[in-house]
Design a protein around this ligand. Sequence first.
Ligand code: F6P
Length: 479
Amino acid sequence: MAPSGSADLVIVANRLPVDRVTLPDGSTEWRRSPGGLVSAIEPVMRANDGTWIGWPGGTETDLEPFEDEGLDLVPITLTQQEVEDFYEGFANATLWPLYHDVVAKPEFHREWWDAYVAVNRRFAEEAAAVAAKDATVWVHDYQLQLVPQMLRELRPDLRIGFYLHIPFPPAELFQQLPWRRQLLEGLLGADLVGFQLAGAAQNFVRLVRQRVGHKTHRDLVYLPDGRTVRAAAFPISIDAQGFEDLARSEEVSQRAKEIREAVGNPRRIFLGVDRLDYTKGIYARLRAYSELVVEGELNVEDAVFIQVATPSREQVEQYRILRDDIDRLVGRVNGDLGKIGRPVIHYLHSSYPPEEMAAFYRAADIMAVTPLRDGMNLVAKEYVACRFDNDGALVLSEFAGAAEELRQAWLVNPHDINGMKSAFLEAYRADDKEVTRRMKAMRKTVKQNDVAAWAESFLTELEAGRPSHGKSVRPPNRS
Ligand code: F6P
């Protein structure tokens, strides 16, 4: 296929950076999707006049490439059947649980796989069509693991990077997949495969050696055609300064006060913020907290738990079951232990703009981030970025990628309810000096390794292996 496009940098991700929203009057508009990926990639996109290929979330078929706030966006259309088989099915009921330590049972269906192949091909063909000669294409996440190889077959001139935002499982779990070899070969179409943690990159290289039979040495895979693929860790981060600026603003300070007042100005506010996902450990966390209230270690006058749970993947059965379980648990706990005007748990099943999130982070004394498995967990980093007074305690799961960097958090095993209860109490009772010592250290880490540094290090590494005649991608301007 001859190069026909003009984009020197192409981002390929399951979602576009904007969602199509239908307004009450039936008209539609594009709204910036929240989330780390967008803020991570946007500065690089702007510096390079990039093009972003992704799914806008619905099943509309009338969408043409368009520009939004200076970004070139190319929508990919999915049929209703593809939404069910590719997105809800293979991506979120096969790969998602499998890659998260099988905390829910992955389902294997051949028709879901067929849809995954077909949709990945559509993304690859679109990328091949828009990329200029020798362009750089950066493919994101588990929904699109076949794209690198498909794209390389169409456009061998391209420099292709792939980044996995979620964990990559150990061989013992990965090899359950009937299509394990195809996925590994799909990823090997990239020149650089990035992971959150070094352990994930090692899992991948080991699997390639065992299952595909390629020679490997440390983080390199040697392909029979002479190409070399590198697998390495690039821990993702957030726009730390952006969050801090938001948290310092007058509006957010005021709103944080209002939130504290609205929940009765208790001595301590505990906070959980998650997509409503079974990997996030919300159920066990709320159980641990409520047991402390039953046992009289905490009481509803002094402490409250605010749990924000953002609706997610609501058509997938496991997510519906989880929602019912949490609804029941919160109802029971508040019914049994709450008092008039003093519920044990304030449960908010809703999503909020960044300003409101920053206000929650400022209002909370103890942040509980206790996933059973998580690639990174940016909420933990957002909380730290917002605590510019160096106060606030973070209780963090050992099984979140963020635990490798935020060593000064109260680290917990989220399967160990008693351990979690002890950590909550320790964080609750910790003196200011201890809290400040820990938060100061974590803030240094988050500020140094922000999202611009992440994007820059991935792209610099990707370009480093490029044959000298090629083009190169400009890193974003760092503030
Ligand atoms: O980080 C994992 C991820 O699936 C991202 O790819 C995605 O943007 C986010 O979680 C939200 O999930 P979804 O796109 O399924 O709503």
